[in-house]
Design a protein around this ligand. Structure first.
Ligand SMILES: O=P(O)(O)OC[C@H]1O[C@H](O)[C@H](O)[C@@H](O)[C@@H]1O
Length: 306
């Protein structure tokens, strides 16, 4: 399945690194980081991180055992980059919707081929940057000109992701987005998310009604909510805790498909809803952003120990 070499793909850069190497996984090109302190796997398609773990630890990200690594197909698990719109185009505000020429959820970035910009290595950290220039090549999906630059910083403390969008068109650019993090759990019924109490959420399963959250978020069946806060969160599972700290975000999506939707999802085992949850650092719903010509916005998350 995985074939490592130092030979870069046509879309990659030179591979003269100590801890990072090119790899072919399924039909896709990936960068594998094997640092003495941590490991990571990052695909050029979608700038999609599927694996991050400090040495001797299990993957901090959930990855479906049915995930397929094929051109044009979203990988189920890891951290899909939803950009330049989040969710169903029809659920986005008119300013965003008017640019979208497709019915696909979560934008085109997660299945587009990103360009490797830079790899920086040190004794403590590896930093990988990729870019996606959304220009006329993406006309069939979207009408706009923007640059997405994403930087992953891996260290023994955790993994930081920063996604910067720059508007390259003359007209204002409205967009929504998310870093759609899949996390593993041993048991969803013994999992909770702390830090969202005292906020409001849109319950997308109940006609998009507003609901007040009190106390921790528990999972009993399907959950699909957009919280109106970007506060730091702690995810507590039977085997440990993770802290997610965001920048540039005032919305957080919490999702678990539950047993019913699990059966309809692509590349997702029927029982896997018991072993995962998504906590997505977002600019979604009313937290969408508008950039004037040349302006930039950075959305970021640090995933660390709690
Ligand atoms: O199946 P996908 O397009 O990857 O979407 C997976 C999920 O993403 C988000 O979390 C949405 O809130 C869910 O409604 C959706 O089911």
């Amino acid at each position: 399945m995985s074939d490592s070499s130092s030979k870069p793909p046509a879309t990659g850069g030179p591979g003269n690194w100590s801890f990072t190497r090119w790899s072919t996984i399924g039909q896709l090109e990936a960068l594998e980081v094997h640092h003495p302190l941590f490991q990571a796997t990052l695909f050029l398609q979608g700038a999609h991180l599927t694996h991050f773990a400090p040495m001797d630890e299990r993957n901090w990200l959930w990855l479906s055992e049915l995930a397929r690594f094929q051109p044009g197909r979203a990988i189920r698990g890891g951290i899909p980059v939803c950009w330049p719109w989040f969710g169903d185009p029809l659920r986005n505000p008119p300013e965003i919707r008017k640019r979208i020429a497709s019915s696909s959820a979560h934008g085109f970035a997660r299945t587009a081929l990103w360009r490797l910009e830079d790899v920086r290595e040190s004794a403590h950290e590896v930093e990988v940057s990729l870019s996606l220039s959304a220009n006329d090549d993406f006309q069939e999906h979207w009408d706009g000109h923007a640059l997405a630059l994403i930087t992953f910083s891996f260290s023994i403390r955790g993994c930081q992701i920063a996604l910067t969008t720059t508007n390259l068109s003359k007209a204002p650019l409205a967009f929504s987005q998310a870093l759609h993090t899949y996390l593993p759990t041993d048991d969803i019924q013994r999992t909770r998310v702390l830090g969202l109490g005292n906020s409001q959420y849109i319950d997308t399963l109940k006609d998009w009604d507003y609901v007040s959250q009190e106390g921790p978020v528990y999972f009993e069946g399907e959950v699909d909510r957009i919280y109106e806060t970007g506060e730091a969160l702690t995810v507590v599972t039977p085997s440990g805790k993770r802290k997610l700290t965001s920048v540039g975000s005032d919305s957080t999506v919490v999702w678990n498909p539950g047993p019913g939707k699990a059966q309809r999802l692509s590349d997702f085992p029927d029982s896997a809803w018991q072993k995962m949850l998504c906590v997505e650092t977002a600019n979604a719903a009313s937290d969408y952003r508008v950039l004037n010509e040349g302006q930039s916005h950075t959305l970021g998350v640090f995933i660390g120990r709690a």
